[in-house]
Ligand binder design. Structure first.
Ligand SMILES: *Cc1c(COP(=O)(O)O)cnc(C)c1O
Length: 403
């Protein structure tokens, strides 16, 4: 059986069967890397007939996609309940900006969660502003202030959960409901949990965006993004991507599809290791705060438990009373953690960051934090042995405290 995308299949099954039905599979397990820019038409009549026809699954010209990309889109759509389709973009950021451009016109106002991914903020304050689209940052944990931030020109709300770096969990169903009542489209950056751990459309959002670069690719060797939506918004996203000329290569689509097949087991393992490490860090005197919604007792844990069916290996922690030099001693001493951007790969990464400079309206320091609590480290936990990672962190802390 080459993949019946049965609506009743459980999520782990869909990871395996998605996008393998129909013509894409061509009687092999993985859809072949199908390379082409040009379709050759039989005659002028066929050429003219096809031109008017702009449907997925009909090869017209390479920029509109081809079987390898459609197989990936279908597999992602099968994972997102409520989605009519998925548009692929050359990066996660391209997906975010492509979706915002599809949703907004000059004169519109965009509300942006203050703890959004920094490049999302920059798109609002830079590119979109230049196009005459206004923005307002809001605190996604303050529903009253959020509701008050709407005006009659507010057309879209950009959400992200958990918040970038600081990992707050906002009440997406409440935020999305208010957006809908006000006539605004809600977009959510769902890269952290993916559709496997958080069903964004089911929780009221209109457009669910994922940087496939992270968990779907999963091996730190492909850049890609996706946006999934119900019928109405899928059409607009697709048209917008066609007008912008977005297309991903079939080789990259095949890599993302390969990553997708094992994403469930990777996320399960990485979540379990990350939780164990978060608990280990939480018990240390030199750690002020562990920022992980998966850790019981942290702010946002209750909402995470209510709305999410899974987590991942990404979380942060804040050092207690240590300066930047101490933090660098810790990070530089790590042997199993690479130092770098991105996350969600099979290998562990560490990234030092300061919270304060990337917030506009959220309170500083956050409730329960001291003013000195600002030197933080984000960890992306990979597939290494948990005890090896803890031992590595232990020697990193020793190097920090010896300095
Ligand atoms: C990395 C990331 C993106 C952007 O993805 P790229 O593929 O690097 O462009 C978007 N959102 C979040 C939350 C991310 O972590």
């Amino acid at each position: 059986m080459a993949g019946g995308d049965d609506a009743n299949d459980r999520r782990a099954t869909r990871l395996v069967t998605g996008g393998r039905s129909g013509d894409f599979a061509q009687h092999v397990v993985n859809p072949p890397v199908w390379r082409a820019s040009t379709h050759l038409y039989a005659d002028c009549t066929e050429l003219r007939e096809r031109k008017a026809h702009n449907a997925d699954g009909q090869f017209f010209y390479g920029r509109r996609g081809a079987p390898t990309q459609w197989a990936l889109s279908e597999a992602l759509t099968a994972l997102e309940p409520g989605a009519a389709g998925t548009v692929l973009y050359p990066s996660g950021l391209a997906a975010l900006v492509g979706a915002l451009l599809a949703a907004l016109r000059s004169g519109d106002v965009l509300l942006v969660a203050d703890n959004s991914y920094d490049p999302t903020r920059n798109a609002a304050t830079g590119l979109l502003k230049g196009l005459g689209i206004e923005h307002r940052f809001f605190d996604p944990l303050d529903l009253e202030a959020y509701e008050a931030a709407f005006c009659e020109r507010t057309r879209a709300v950009m959400l992200e959960v958990p918040g970038s770096l600081t990992m707050e969990v906002c009440d997406i169903p409440a935020l999305a409901r208010i957006a809908r009542e006000k006539g605004a489209v809600s977009l959510v950056d769902n890269t952290w949990a993916t559709a496997l751990g958080f069903q964004a459309l089911q929780h009221g959002c209109d457009i669910s965006i994922t940087a496939l670069t992270k968990h779907v690719g999963g091996h730190s060797d492909v850049m890609m993004g996706a946006a999934s939506a119900g019928e109405r918004w899928y059409r607009r996203l697709r048209l917008g991507a066609q007008q912008l000329g977005h297309v991903v290569s079939p080789d990259d689509a095949a890599l993302a599809l390969r990553g997708l097949r094992t994403m469930g087991v990777r996320l399960d393992r990485q979540s379990a290791t990350a939780l164990a490490i978060a608990e280990w860090l939480d018990a240390r005197d030199d750690v002020a705060h562990v920022l992980s919604p998966m850790l019981p007792g942290t702010p946002g844990h209750a909402i995470w438990q209510r709305d999410f069916t899974g987590g991942c290996g990404l979380f942060s922690f804040v050092l207690k009373g240590r300066d930047d030099a101490a933090r660098c001693r810790l990070v530089d001493a790590l042997r199993l953690f690479g130092i770098g951007y991105s996350w969600g790969g099979f290998e562990s990464l560490a990234l030092p960051f300061d919270v304060e400079p990337v917030r506009s309206v959220m309170s500083w320091p956050p409730p329960g934090w001291g003013l000195e609590d600002r030197h933080a480290i984000r960890l992306s936990i990979g597939l290494e042995d948990k005890d090896d990672l803890i031992a590595d962190l232990a020697q990193g802390f020793a190097a920090m405290n010896e300095g």
